[in-house]
Design a protein around this ligand. Structure first.
Ligand code: FO1
Length: 324
């Protein structure tokens, strides 16, 4: 099965997990030609539920980039209804993961096409087109990579930990199963080798749960290093607080200091050239620069569309200063 033809003159690759990353990706749409942006989503959160293939981060990106996401929850569709979920509860079926009626159509379509042997990337790209999205939206890989957390209540797949157990278990270790067998999409590989590429942006998603599952896909980090284009990461923390989700809790449990500095040193100067951090963390600048990483300080909160566009614009301006 072939991909719908993709223009390969992309200027920016944006690596993103769910909610936080999707907000910044949305901001980029207003400050750079969308057809020159390639948004790459995490698949480590994917799982089977009600017999369906669910790709939560790809769907959060799909709905956010299309402007149809539920702004309050951060995931799922706006104006959603829940009839199927209610019926499932009445039947005594699983209801710990909430699938809305509109959202269900996407999972059914994806599952049907995967069962016909189509690539996840082809399906995702087609869905993006149907939703009127003008940038490319791709999963990091078509292969199965799953984030598994070792915890005090045993090994849990990501959604079991995140939604079913509400992030309560204590995390001791993370695994990205399948990452050694997985390969990045040929389109991403081609983009990394294209002279049109100007920078790679790591969005303010959870480094351990959303970004590392992508970076762990075999040879991806080496390909990034090989392309010699600036790599800029945006901090997912302000002070010791994450905008959403368990970033701070997991860092603490894995023995990291909870700070933007710890995130920058986790990525290391081998991977990133620049790091964007919040004004509240400006005292960390000398420490981060000592790692060999350039810094840019700004307000990184993204509460409004204007915030998203402003931050995205500043990230691109910063990345341009790092171009050789
Ligand atoms: N997150 C929740 O906290 N509870 C849910 O019931 C839930 C359902 C859900 C359905 C579709 C979808 O695309 C995302 C959904 N999410 C839900 C969000 C998802 O678990 C997380 O945002 C990401 O996996 C973390 O990046």
């Amino acid at each position: 099965m072939t991909m719908p033809s993709l223009n390969l003159d992309f200027n920016y690759i944006i690596l993103s997990g769910g909610v936080g990353g999707a907000k910044l990706a949305y901001g980029f749409l207003s400050c750079h030609e969308p057809s020159r942006l390639m948004v790459v989503g995490n698949v480590g959160d994917d799982f089977k539920y009600w017999g369906l293939n669910i790709s939560p981060d790809l769907d959060t990106l799909l709905y956010t980039l299309a402007g149809v996401s539920d702004q309050k929850r951060g995931w799922g569709r706006s104006s959603e209804t829940w009839s199927v979920l209610e019926e499932m509860r009445n039947l005594g079926g699983d209801s710990w993961f909430q699938l809305g009626d509109r959202d269900l159509a996407v999972h059914i379509e994806r599952t049907e096409r995967l069962s016909q042997g189509q690539r996840l990337s082809t399906i995702t790209q087609d869905l993006a087109k149907k939703f009127g999205i003008e940038c490319a939206l791709l999963p990091i890989t078509d292969r199965i990579v799953r984030t598994v957390l070792d915890t005090d209540v045993g090994s849990l797949e990501f959604q079991e930990y995140f939604v079913r157990h509400k992030c309560a278990p204590q995390v001791t270790k993370l695994h990205y199963t399948g990452c050694n067998r997985a390969v990045i999409q040929p389109e991403i590989y081609a983009c990394l080798r294209s002279s049109a590429l100007r920078a790679i942006i790591i969005s303010p998603s959870n480094p351990f749960l959303s970004i590392d599952p992508m970076l762990s896909v075999s040879s991806f980090k080496q390909e990034i290093a090989r392309c010699r284009k600036p790599v800029v990461a945006v901090s997912p923390l302000v002070g010791a607080r994450a905008f959403k989700g368990p970033t701070a809790k997991i860092m603490r449990e894995l023995g990291y200091e909870v700070s933007a500095f710890a995130v920058a040193s986790h990525y290391t100067s081998n991977l990133i050239d620049g790091f964007v951090l919040d004004t509240e963390d400006s005292e960390l600048v000398p420490q981060i620069q000592q790692l060999g990483i350039q810094t840019y300080v700004t307000d990184i909160s993204m509460n409004t569309s204007e915030d998203k566009t402003r931050l995205a614009g500043e990230v691109l301006d910063f990345a341009r200063t790092l171009e050789c």
